[in-house]
Ligand binder design. Structure first.
Ligand code: SME
Length: 331
């Protein structure tokens, strides 16, 4: 299942890139269906869109499907009614399941929510295997549907990613997740030299990975420059391979980018400004993001789950993150 997580973590930036260039919602839905379907080997992958009291078939990949589903009917209509993701291990056990294809054995339906939490459609995925979907699908598909809903509300989605390393990822994730305009965060291991590393492997300092936080943000609400200025508050930029009590190359400080043309000039400008306030050279690594593997669930949102857990970042900085507002953004 680690492979599935790794696949999803590669799909999310692709999704953002699709959203960045999509000329319409229909084309984004069509390409999302294709991306998911071809990458994860589903049986049927597509969208139903709310129209009055019904869901109407939208862009999809897979066999011909039913075109109308009433509110509250089937898995799709139930997910709409309950406004939550439904994960069905065996569709035959789901009362009222609508069988578009006899090959479908399990199903996940993720509602698409607008700014006011109203459902405007659903993402429906079927598998020809029983119990093919779990919390990994649920959390990643929900991140993807968030990107789509943001695109819909703005028409032109301004969602980007940046990967930041600054010592132990528990505290850094918490700090970044509190910032307005940050849409999602995920802790993991960046720029190493093996596939699917475990925390224990990274801990040996032999894999080349840095503990890092992959950040998705809405560039209409926060600029990369401001995000980096906030990030700099959490680190000692002159400290090589050490932040707080944590030392080793896995705790090095780094900025790993995915959009060189757009992001590298901003990163270099912010580093130049930072450097002018330092007496010694900064130890911050700046590189393209070459790979990123999410850490397991026990590390995700660690400080939210364990509020008194270890944190190397001074606690008052969490209020700084909560109250931060990018002055370059218009009201
Ligand atoms: N099984 C769905 C209907 C849509 S097909 O899976 C494509 C449901 O019960 O709502």
């Amino acid at each position: 299942m680690e492979d599935k997580s790794a696949t999803y973590s590669q799909l999310l930036p692709q999704m953002s890139a699709l959203a960045e260039s999509a000329p319409s919602l229909t084309s984004l839905l069509a390409n999302t269906a294709s991306l998911l379907h071809s990458s994860l080997g589903f049986w049927w992958t597509g969208f139903y869109l709310v129209s009055g009291e019904e869901l109407i078939l939208g862009p999809f990949q897979g066999p011909i499907a039913c075109t109308r589903i009433s509110f509250g009917k089937g898995v799709c209509g139930s997910a709409w009614q309950q406004r939550k993701t439904l994960c069905v291990d065996d569709v035959e056990q789901f009362p009222g399941h609508i069988a578009c294809s006899s090959a479908s054995r399990s199903e996940i339906v993720v509602p698409l929510l607008d700014d006011k939490d109203h459902v405007w459609g659903v993402l429906d995925i079927d598998s020809d295997r029983l119990a093919a979907f779990d919390h990994i699908d649920e959390s990643n598909l929900s991140a993807m549907t968030d990107i789509i809903s943001l695109f819909r509300s703005r028409h032109h989605s301004p969602v980007y990613h940046i990967c930041l390393a600054g010592g132990c990822f528990w505290g850094l994730q918490h700090f970044l997740s509190l910032i307005s305009g940050v849409l999602s965060t995920q802790v993991g291991f960046a720029n190493g030299n093996i596939t699917n590393p475990t925390y224990e492997q990274v801990y040996t300092d032999q894999t080349g990975f840095a503990e890092a936080v992959a950040v998705t943000y809405d560039s209409n609400r926060i600029s990369l420059a401001f995000l980096l200025q906030l990030f700099f508050k959490t680190i000692d930029p002159t400290s090589l391979n050490r932040q707080g009590e944590d030392c080793g190359t896995r705790y090095r400080t780094g900025i790993y980018y995915s959009y060189p043309d757009r992001d590298l000039p901003v990163i270099l400008d912010q580093l130049r400004r930072l450097q002018s306030s330092l007496q010694v050279p900064s130890a911050i690594e700046v590189l393209p993001l070459s790979n990123f593997y999410p850490a397991d669930d026990s590390h995700q949102e660690y400080l939210r789950k364990n509020p008194s857990g270890y944190c190397h970042i001074p606690l008052h900085l969490f209020d700084v993150a909560r109250n931060a507002s990018d002055p370059s953004m218009s009201e």
